[in-house]
Design a protein around this ligand. Structure first.
Ligand SMILES: C[S@@+](CC[C@H](N)C(=O)[O-])C[C@H]1O[C@@H](n2cnc3c(N)ncnc32)[C@H](O)[C@@H]1O
Length: 280
C-alpha cells in the first residue's frame, strides 16, 4: 500500500507541483543582448534623442514628421499606435499633439522607456506605455495579447522609424518581426517604416566620410554600410510580411551627408500574413 502511495506521489503529484512552480514563479528578466545599448541609454539620459538624432538628420525627420502628421490629421478618434524601437518619447509626444488614444512603445533601451513613460502628460488624451524589450518580443503571441490589452484592440498604426538597422544587429531576421507586426496590425491598418542606407553609387571613401561625420556630430558608433537595409530589400521584407506600400519616399538625411533616408507608408492587405514563416 505504502509502495503504491509512493509511486502515486512520485509519478503524478510531485511533477505537477514542480511544473506549477516553474510556470507560476515570476522569472527574473534576463538582460537584453543588444549591442550599442549603453549608447542609447546614455543619449536618452543626457542630451535626449531629439538633440542627437532629429537635429543631425534634419531632412529625414522633416519627412517623417510631415508624413506622420498627414496620417494623424485624418484620425477621427481613439488612435491605437504600436511603435517598435520607439526611442525616448519624441514620437509619442508628436502623436499626442494630433490625436487621442493609446500608444505602446517597444525599445531595448530601459532609459528610453523610462523617459517615454514620463514624457506625455496624462491629460493629453494619449495614454502611453512601453516595454524594455528587443523588437522580436512581438513574435511571441503573449506579447501581442499584452499590446492589444493596453491599446484596447489591434493597432491602427505601427511605426518603426530609424530602428531596423539597430534591431538587425541583435536579431537578424527582420522578416519575422514584420510578419508579427502584420499579424497584430488591424486589417487595413497602416505601417510607417523609415530607415537609412548608403546607395550603391557611393564609393567606400564617401561612405567613410559620412560615417566619420555621424560619429563626430552625434557621438554615435556609426553602423557599417552592410548593416543597413537598402530600400529594395526593405520593400521585399514588407511585401513578404503581407504589406502593400502606398508610397515610398527618400531624401538625403541632411545637407552635409549623402546617406539616404527612406520612408514607406504601407498597408496590411491580407487577412492572413502572406509569409509562410513560422512566428516563433
Ligand atoms: C535612432 S533611434 C530611433 C528612435 C525613434 N524610433 C525615432 O524615430 O527617433 C533607434 C532606436 O532603436 C532602439 N533599438 C536598438 N536595438 C533595438 C532592438 N533590438 N529592439 C528594439 N529597439 C532597439 C534603440 O534603443 C533606439 O531607441
Amino acid at each position: 500500500m505504502l509502495y503504491i502511495a509512493a509511486i502515486w506521489w512520485g509519478v503524478l503529484i510531485l511533477p505537477s507541483f514542480t511544473n506549477r512552480s516553474l510556470i507560476d514563479l515570476p522569472m527574473e528578466k534576463q538582460p537584453l543582448k543588444v549591442p550599442d545599448q549603453k549608447e542609447f541609454d546614455h543619449f536618452a539620459a543626457n542630451r535626449g534623442f531629439e538633440k542627437v538624432f532629429n537635429s543631425s538628420y534634419s531632412k529625414a525627420y522633416a519627412l517623417f514628421s510631415f508624413v506622420l502628421s498627414d496620417y494623424l490629421k485624418q484620425v477621427k478618434s481613439d488612435l491605437k499606435v504600436l511603435d517598435i524601437g520607439c526611442g525616448d518619447g519624441w514620437t509619442a509626444e508628436f502623436v499626442s499633439n494630433f490625436a487621442k488614444g493609446h500608444y505602446f512603445g517597444i525599445d531595448s533601451s530601459a532609459e528610453s522607456i523610462r523617459k517615454l513613460e514620463e514624457r506625455v502628460p496624462e491629460n493629453s488624451g494619449l495614454k502611453v506605455t512601453g516595454v524594455t524589450e528587443s523588437a522580436e518580443w512581438i513574435v511571441n503571441p503573449k506579447s501581442c495579447r499584452e499590446i492589444e490589452k493596453f491599446l484596447g484592440g489591434k493597432p491602427d498604426l505601427i511605426i518603426c522609424n530609424a530602428a531596423c538597422h539597430q534591431i538587425r544587429k541583435s536579431y537578424p531576421d527582420l522578416r519575422k518581426v514584420f510578419a508579427a507586426a502584420s499579424s497584430i496590425l488591424k486589417q487595413d491598418g497602416t505601417i510607417l517604416v523609415g530607415d537609412y542606407y548608403f546607395p550603391e553609387d557611393m564609393t567606400q571613401d564617401e561612405v567613410e566620410e559620412d560615417r566619420n561625420w555621424i560619429k563626430n556630430e552625434t557621438g554615435q558608433t556609426p553602423t557599417l554600410r552592410s548593416g543597413f537595409i537598402i530600400r529594395n530589400e526593405m520593400e521585399l521584407i514588407l511585401e513578404s510580411a503581407g504589406f502593400i506600400s502606398d508610397t515610398a519616399r527618400e531624401i538625403r538625411a541632411n545637407r552635409d551627408i549623402s546617406i539616404i533616408y527612406y520612408l514607406f507608408v504601407s498597408r496590411k492587405t491580407f487577412s492572413q500574413t502572406k509569409t509562410s514563416l513560422p512566428l516563433s
